[in-house]
Design a protein around this ligand. Structure first.
Ligand code: LP5
Ligand code: MN
Length: 244
């Protein structure tokens, strides 16, 4: 059986084709999977589970249908949807995972992360992240009316666009020393994450042992990306919309 991993879909109402691609994937390929893991940034910006606008509502219904078909679905927060909570999870039938988790994949422990915590050279982002992940900040924000949260999210996106436009590309990639530190700390030789939008499977030697890091790809209007893992192999596959 194959376990599937996706991340960085960045679904939003302004780009409905991305959501259509996900709905097709959930109705087709995902149905024959052992489990589906969504490693963050499913949504472009999640401002609270009380926002029941699309694409959130449609996606929750489609995820629930997959769960009811018999495929367990897991969700780990990204930097765009860290406010996604229990209400959405229960509507969608997905299990929320902590920000780092080790799963057993074909008898091997594999560490799952969104990937943003590995970008330790991006100090401004790490400071921002530390602030927005505090329960106090989140409670304060979630208490605001939805209209105000929507404006705030747009302002944060704009600030982020300006900030990332001025950062060197390598600052926004993972720090290789941090990757190895985290893998050693968790005692794993395999890691799967997204966030950087640099899809690849990296094989190297860590302390004399074979190590592997799969980076999931982001989704665009006409193409998604999925990592398929079975007993023998890990494959990063593009995902296109079916014709007709
Ligand atoms: O997301 P992306 O790819 O642009 O860049 C990320 C990092 N940026 C972020 C910020 C998000 O994009 C903001 C959107 C969150 C929406 C959901 C939350 C809604 C909460 C509010 C409503 C309830 O994660 C970016 C990294 C990049 O990845 C690569 O790793 O570099 O980091 C930054 O850009 C952070 C900046 O360096 C520093 C912080 C700038 C914000 C300053 C706050 C200004 C306040 C203005 C609004 C009042
Ligand atoms: Mn991300």
């Amino acid at each position: 059986m194959t376990t599937l991993f996706i991340a960085d879909l960045h679904l939003e109402a302004a780009h409905p084709a991305r959501t259509v691609l996900l709905l097709e994937f959930l109705r087709q390929q995902a149905r024959s999977a052992e489990a589906l893991y969504i490693l963050g940034d499913l949504f472009e910006a999640w401002i609270g589970d009380d926002d029941d606008a699309d694409p959130g509502r449609t996606v929750a219904t489609a995820l629930r249908a997959l769960r009811e078909y018999g495929v367990p679905v897991f969700f780990l927060h990204g930097n765009r949807d860290f406010l996604l909570g229990d209400r959405f999870a229960s509507a969608a039938g997905v299990q929320l995972l902590p920000e780092s988790v080790i799963i057993n994949l074909a008898g091997e422990p594999v560490l799952l992360l969104h990937g943003d915590t590995l970008c330790t050279d991006d100090r401004d982002y790490q400071a921002f992240r530390a602030q927005v992940r505090t329960p106090a900040w989140q409670a304060q924000l979630l208490a605001l009316p939805l209209t105000q949260r929507r404006i705030l999210a747009a302002q944060l996106r704009e600030s982020s666009r300006q900030a990332t436009g001025q950062k060197a590309a390598d600052i926004m990639d993972v720090n290789p020393t941090e990757v190895e530190r985290v893998m050693r700390w968790h005692g794993v030789s395999r890691l799967i994450h997204g966030h950087t939008h640099r899809p690849a499977i990296h094989d190297w030697s860590l302390d004399g042992q074979p190590a592997r890091r799969a980076v999931l790809g982001d989704w665009r209007e006409d193409q998604g990306s999925v990592l398929c893992c079975d007993e023998s192999d890990w494959r990063l596959e593009p995902l296109a919309r079916s014709r007709g």
